[in-house]
Each structure stands twice: as structure tokens, then as C-alpha cells.
Design a protein around this ligand. Structure first.
Ligand code: SAM
Ligand code: DTB
Ligand code: SF4
Length: 355
């Protein structure tokens, strides 16, 4: 074994780091994790991370908005809501060929995963044939596929599964008790229903949320608790830092306040607690990296984040950009993910016997 391989896949740790996956976390336990001294929390998260994942490897994903703006939902963080005044131009569903061109470019630029988002409350049945064609085409390029299209019926989830979709992203966004303050056009229960439809269809679940919407520590505890007590942990947990877009309710409300930018330490704490409570899930450092320093991102990787979005654009918001990320990977000695994702492979592969 080479030195690089030794570093990438260290021997499994005994004790708490190799503990079985739990779905019975209490809010009190999660609050206690959040309240640990920072270095202790990050140390524990790093132990869990190294027991189940290739530390030093981070999956590279690219996002594409395949249908932008004009969304009937009123998510207060989102520039694509028809109720926002963020200057986002509404488009129709992108042509299949154009999506595949973007995917091929992403692959050439080193991406391993291609995530496609549509500003819909839900796809219409008439949209499904094009969506199915897109999923098949992107998979044929050898990319992992993820889609986020809003609410799905069981039949639509079945169609996506049959097309071979790897993941469906549908965020719970925040704690159940805070949901109605962020979105009024749907409920937390609606969100869970689509997640259940996705799960029942056999598609991997990607669900997480946003930190930095002016929520309290207790809300962040409730957010992680809702994810970590799902009957089956989501295979993928995106943790977004709010991108405070002018013209959105939250962007305008938080502008010029100390809350306009998430506290870096609290953000890293959230990543660490997600890693500890959902040891086998991919924890994705998602939106908000463009305003995060490299040191904060490095702490997120240490605390268990193992996926980022590359490129200079998310869906509509700016992203860190390929040059900045290449430089950061070089400075931090990070490598693109080389092995399988633990939950998708059915075992974490570290020999700890957890899965
Ligand atoms: N319409 C679909 C839906 O809501 O499920 C998919 C697209 S939506 C843009 C996907 C996710 O992006 C949202 O659930 C939210 O977590 C995240 N998001 C949207 N705007 C954001 C912002 N300004 N800052 C951080 N995350 C954001
Ligand atoms: C997720 O949790 N984050 C990504 C992905 N899922 C689709 C989206 C972030 C969007 C950021 C705001 C924008 O680009 O408009
Ligand atoms: Fe629409 Fe999704 Fe934006 Fe909400 S987050 S307004 S559902 S695009």
C-alpha cells in the first residue's frame, strides 16, 4: 500500500467511532453535542469521519439549473420564487441536448456528480419524458445523477427510479417547528411525504437544509434531529449556508445585520454534529462557500464534510469557482473522492462492521 492510500483510508477506530448507526438520537443528546467545546466536537467528528470515510477525499459535484425562476412556492430564502424580486429571469425546461452538453463539460472539468434543479412546486406529468431522457443521458456519460424538482408523486418517483436516477434532493431546510416561518406554501409533512415516495421507489435520499437564516441554536438542533431520526438516514445531507440574495425576504431582512453572514464556528459545529449523528451519510458542504474562508472550509472537511459543488455558479447564485477550488485542494492536500459512497455500497468499507 502506498503512503497516499494509507493516508486516504486509515485503520478503523475502536470505541465510539465505530459505534453502530443510530436513529434514536434525542434532542438533548444533539444539543449536548452542539454544546461541546469546539475542538472536542471537531475531534469527535473527525474520528467518526475517519472510521467510515476516506479522510482527505472530497467528492466533486456540479449543479445546473434546468428550469429557472418563476416558482409558485414562497421559500423566503430563494431567488427563484415568483414572490422574490431578485431579478432572476424565468425560463422553460432546458433542452435535453443542452443539459447533456453541460454535463459533459462538468465531467471534463473533473466532476463526479451532476445535480439538476428545477424551480417547480412539482413536475407536471408532461415534463417527465424529457426528465427521464436527461437522467439516462447524464448517467450514460458516467456521472452520478441527482435531481431536485419539487414534490413527487409515487408514480413520478417510480419513473425516475426506472430511469436510473441515483439521488433525489428534497430538503427539509430547517427544524419542523420553524418551517412555517420560512415557507408557507407547503408544510414540513409535505416534504416528508415526497421523501417517503423517493425512498419507496428505491432512489437514494438527499435531504438537508440551510444554516444562517436567523435561526437559533435550538432550531439547528431540531434540524439535525429531524434528519438523524429518520427511519433510514439520508444517504446524502447537504448543509447550505444561506446565500443572502437581495430581493428575497430573508436576504433583505438579514442585510446589514450581524446575521447577514453565518457564524463560521456555528456552521462548522452543524457539519460536525451532522457527521457524528449520521456517520455513513455523505455530508455536502453546499451553498455559501464563496463567502467562506479556506480555513473555515478546511475545518468543515476535518469535521466530516466530504462533497462540494465546483464551478462558478450554483443554481443562480455565485459559487467559489474552479480556480479557487483547485488552489484550495492543492493547499489542503485534498483529492477527489476515489472510492464508493459508504451507504450506497451497503458497507462503509473500513472494516469496522458498522453497516
Ligand atoms: N424547487 C426545488 C425544491 O425546492 O425542492 C428544488 C430547487 S431548490 C433551489 C433546492 C434547495 O436549494 C432548497 O431546498 C434550499 O435548501 C437551497 N437554497 C435555495 N436558495 C438558497 C439560498 N439562497 N441559500 C442557500 N441555500 C439555498
Ligand atoms: C442543496 O441543498 N443545495 C443546492 C442543491 N441542493 C440543489 C442548491 C443551492 C442553491 C443556492 C442558491 C442558488 O443558486 O440559487
Ligand atoms: Fe421554488 Fe425550490 Fe426556490 Fe422554493 S427553493 S422557491 S420550491 S425553487
Amino acid at each position: 500500500m502506498t503512503t497516499a492510500e494509507t493516508i486516504a483510508r486509515p485503520a478503523p477506530l475502536a470505541g465510539p467511532a465505530a459505534a453502530a448507526v443510530r436513529t434514536d438520537w434525542t434532542r438533548a443528546e444533539i444539543a449536548e453535542l452542539f454544546a461541546l467545546p469546539f475542538t472536542e466536537l471537531v475531534f469527535r467528528a473527525a474520528e467518526v469521519h475517519r472510521a467510515h470515510h476516506a479522510a482527505g477525499e472530497v467528492q466533486l459535484a456540479t449543479l445546473l439549473s434546468i428550469k429557472t425562476g418563476g416558482c409558485p412556492e414562497d421559500c423566503r430564502y430563494c431567488s427563484q420564487s415568483a414572490s422574490a424580486e431578485a431579478g432572476v429571469k424565468a425560463t422553460k425546461l432546458m433542452d435535453v441536448r443542452q443539459v447533456l452538453q453541460n454535463a459533459a463539460r462538468a465531467k471534463d472539468n473533473g466532476s463526479q456528480r451532476f445535480c439538476m434543479g428545477a424551480a417547480w412546486r412539482n413536475p407536471k406529468d408532461r415534463d417527465m419524458p424529457a426528465i427521464v431522457e436527461i437522467v439516462k443521458g447524464v448517467r450514460e456519460l458516467g456521472l452520478e445523477t441527482c435531481m431536485t424538482l419539487g414534490m413527487l408523486t409515487p408514480a413520478q418517483a417510480g419513473q425516475l427510479a426506472e430511469a436510473g436516477l441515483d439521488y433525489y434532493n428534497h430538503n427539509i431546510d430547517t427544524a419542523p417547528e420553524r418551517y412555517a416561518e420560512v415557507i408557507t406554501t407547503r408544510t414540513f409533512a409535505d416534504r416528508l411525504e415526497t421523501i417517503a415516495n423517493v425512498r419507496a421507489a428505491g432512489i437514494n435520499v438527499c435531504t438537508g437544509g440551510i444554516v444562517g437564516m436567523g435561526e437559533s441554536r435550538e432550531d439547528r438542533v431540531g434540524f439535525v434531529h429531524a434528519l438523524a431520526t429518520m427511519e433510514q438516514h439520508p444517504e446524502s445531507v447537504p448543509v447550505n449556508a444561506l446565500v443572502p440574495v437581495k430581493g428575497t425576504v430573508l436576504g433583505d431582512m438579514l442585510a446589514d445585520t450581524p446575521m447577514a453572514k453565518i457564524d463560521d464556528i456555528e456552521f462548522v459545529r452543524t457539519v460536525a454534529v451532522a457527521r457524528i449523528t449520521m456517520p455513513l451519510s455523505m455530508v455536502r458542504l453546499s451553498a455559501g462557500r464563496e463567502s467562506m474562508g479556506e480555513a473555515t472550509q478546511a475545518m468543515c472537511f476535518l469535521a466530516g464534510a466530504n462533497s462540494i459543488f465546483t464551478g462558478d455558479k450554483l443554481l443562480t447564485a455565485p459559487n467559489a469557482g474552479d480556480d479557487a477550488d483547485t488552489a484550495m485542494f492543492a493547499r489542503l492536500g485534498l483529492k477527489p473522492l476515489s472510492g464508493p459512497e459508504p451507504l450506497r455500497a451497503g458497507t462503509c468499507g473500513s472494516g469496522c462492521g458498522c453497516a
